[in-house]
Design a protein around this ligand. Structure first.
Ligand code: BGC
Length: 696
């Protein structure tokens, strides 16, 4: 039996086993990765021989021979990344191991302290050392009587050469382990840190099923393990599969666009630090743009350490065993996601300091890239963007075409228009001296600003049959009988792999792996989207929105877990039943491994964070725009009540929503009032006060 106590952040494993002679033994193990001391982990094991007496052999080790073999299709790739630097012992209780990553030469040191107890009293068995290359352990044999308990406590300190305020990783680890408390104390402090985090992050949903709140909090738990308050000071990005698995090899993609909204409203310091991860790699993105013949910064679709493009160029189709070219590097929309994230963080926090020092520069360079990529088409008097890919990875090129890429992906084009507008806003909003500095340092000319403005008004957006067209030529693709494929193959999430294994290609069909056009309805409120389209000279009303949503909802097979959350969101006010079912499926993504075998390759952090964000922003209708925090609650029929806290412009606000009322309580003192928007009216919420709004 395994129990995860999320409130206190501890995993307990209980095993009862018997050998062939009928000797029964109980084992209980508790483990934690400290949320209080970021360099400590602990493992406490208790063994009780139920009906026998004898000797128990314990081996407590540090194993640096680990290899990355969790993802079956990567197994033939190089998967050993560590080399031993040294290993040894120190005193009776300590062993240590230091390794170095073979390519990046980062040193990692672990020092372990193992203590043994009989019926809770310390004992000192003789220890012998076991050494192999990349491995060190201590072995001990302990006599034990029926019913007695043998306790083994192992605490490990971990440091790497990238840690700050250390002399060297091994010295750091050894010093820390010598100072470390015992498991009980470590656990107490760790649990207190988790309890404090939950005070800010907990979400309560009174819904038709009890497990919904629990699943949401599990998702928050995973998120806070991956991007914790301890990562604020580190140079780390947010990997799509958390730190739990090896899929995508830990590379950083666009999934943060699904993750930051939750963090912005709860722990904005974490978003800020994750945005700085991007900022530190801006120079590399500038170089990539220059190499490709563009201006500004072209961020990579998949990247790690130094921000170079590391996206694969070949992809293994596990259904056919064939390697096929992979063009996903053309998903240039990643830069637009970064721009969106910069702006959203700024809207929620009002952090002008960040905008002045980093945010505006990123927006400007991303805007520049797109302004140089967009081509003016005189015949239609509009700007076009050719040869890229949208979020829907089923369409890499036109059927039969030699080259990869499609033209005028609606999502990308609209996001470009929006980004250019925000880059202009950001420059305008900077305090005068920063404004001057930025223009001077980045050589921003008036003509350039005028060009951005023009592109943002004259961007081309394709339409067909009165709905937004996913890209130019999409309307000429063939329909695919998805139901027939559903009958033939029980799981059609990855129709691309099925079609390719049959010698066909998804490029030919009107089918989508994941939300593409619909991302627009996910990222923007209908008001903002209508404004955006009207600025470009297009109409976007409820009717077009509804028809566009229905059209793509029917043709999407959710090959990415990100897709369901987007659909659940955009359908929430339109088809409540479908939306709710998609939300429940998204909630089960990893709990039930709904893709049939991807969860052990790592959790799906984007989907996890987004399910929480659906409850938080979509059901509560929260939108941070300009100086106002708007609310427009719309609870699903299955949800009675919601309660959670958010942080907005230094205010901690308790949000309570039921069928009739929206209640906001400011839990903060000594800050300026904030503006709350509801049904077109703006009211102030002063520190320490409450607002009650009638939803009927
Ligand atoms: C999706 C991408 C996503 C990645 C990691 C892929 O299946 O198509 O949009 O970034 O998974 O979650």
């Amino acid at each position: 039996r395994q129990e995860l106590d999320m409130l206190n952040g501890i995993l307990t494993r209980k095993v009862k086993f018997a050998d062939r002679q009928g000797r029964q033994t109980q084992l209980r193990q508790r483990r934690l990765v400290s949320m209080d001391s970021p360099n400590l982990v602990g493992l406490e094991t208790t063994i009780i021989p139920v009906n026998w007496s004898g000797r128990i052999q314990i081996l407590s080790a540090l194993d640096g021979r680990v290899s990355n073999t969790l993802v079956e299709r990567y197994r033939q790739l190089n998967n050993e990344h560590l080399e031993q630097v040294g290993a040894g012992t120190s005193g009776e209780e300590l062993i240590w191991l230091q390794v170095e990553t073979v390519q990046s030469h980062i040193r990692i040191a672990e020092a372990a302290r193992t203590r043994a107890f009989r019926d809770g009293r310390p004992i000192h068995p003789r220890r012998s050392i076991v050494r192999k290359l990349g491995y060190v352990g201590q072995e001990m044999e302990i006599p034990i009587k029926e019913g007695q308990s043998l306790g083994i406590e192992k605490i490990v300190a971990i440091y790497s050469s990238r840690d700050r305020a250390i002399s060297e990783s091994l010295i750091g680890a050894l010093e820390e382990i010598r100072r470390a408390d015992d498991f009980a104390e470590l656990y107490k402090r760790h649990a207190r840190s988790w309890n404090r985090l939950w005070e800010r992050c907990n979400i309560e949903v009174a819904a038709s099923h009890d497990w919904i709140s629990q699943a949401l909090n599990l998702h928050i738990f995973h998120l806070l393990q991956t991007a914790s308050t301890h990562s604020v000071d580190l140079d780390v990005g947010i990997p799509p599969r958390g730190l739990n698995g090896e899929a995508y090899r830990g590379l950083i993609m666009w999934d943060e666009i699904f993750i930051f909204p939750f963090l912005n409203l709860r722990l904005p310091d974490i978003t800020r630090s994750l945005l700085l991860y991007r900022y530190r790699r801006l120079h590399r993105a500038r170089w990539a743009a220059r190499q490709a013949g563009y201006e500004g910064a072209m961020f990579p679709w998949q990247s790690g350490s130094d921000g170079r493009e590391e996206g694969q160029t070949w992809h293994l189709n596990p259904m056919s065993g064939c390697w096929i070219p992979d063009h996903t590097q053309l998903e240039r929309h990643i830069g637009l996601a970064i721009a969106y994230n910069v702006w959203q963080y700024y809207q929620v926090t009002g952090d002008l300091d960040f905008m002045s020092s980093y945010g505006a520069e990123m927006l400007v360079e991303i805007a520049r890239f797109w302004a140089s990529k967009a081509q003016y088409n005189e015949c239609i008097d509009r700007y076009e963007i050719r040869g890229i890919m949208g979020p829907d990875e089923f369409h890499e090129k036109y059927p039969g075409a030699e080259g990869a890429g499609i033209d005028n992906n609606a999502y990308t084009n609209v996001m470009v228009a929006w980004t250019l507008g925000r880059a202009l806003d950001a420059i305008q909003q900077l305090p005068l001296e920063h404004h001057r500095d930025l223009r001077e340092v980045l050589h921003i000319r008036d003509e350039e600003l005028a060009l951005w403005d023009h592109i943002s008004r004259r961007m081309y957006v394709p339409f067909h049959d009165g709905i937004v067209n996913q890209f130019d030529g999409y309307e000429r693709l063939e329909e695919l009988d998805m139901a027939a494929y559903g009958r033939k193959y029980c799981n059609i999430h990855r129709l691309d792999r099925i079609l390719r294994a049959e010698g066909d290609t998804p490029d030919r069909y009107k089918i989508s792996k994941q939300a593409d056009v619909l991302m627009l309805f996910y990222l923007f409120s209908s008001d903002e989207l209508s404004e955006l389209f009207s600025k470009m000279g297009y109409r976007m009303d409820q009717d077009i929105m509804s028809r566009t949503i229905d059209y793509y909802a029917e043709r999407t097979c959710h090959g990415s877990t990100l897709s369901r959350v987007v659909h659940a969101w955009v359908l929430s006010r339109r088809d409540r039943e479908l939306s709710w079912n998609l939300f429940l499926e998204a909630l089960r993504s990893d709990i039930s491994d709904i893709q049939g075998g991807t969860t052990h390759e790592g959790i799906h952090l984007g989907a996890m964070a987004s399910t929480v964000d659906i409850v938080q922003r979509c059901y509560a209708g929260i939108e941070a725009r300009g100086e106002v925090l708007w609310f427009d609650p719309c609870l699903p029929l299955e949800v009675e009540r919601l309660r959670f806290d958010i942080e907005y412009r230094h205010h901690q606000v308790e949000v309570g929503i039921d069928r009739n009322r929206l209640r906001l309580i400011s839990l903060t003192r000594d800050v300026a009032p904030i503006k709350i928007g509801f049904k077109g009216k703006i009211q102030e919420l002063s520190p320490g006060s409450a607002l009650e709004l009638d939803l009927n």
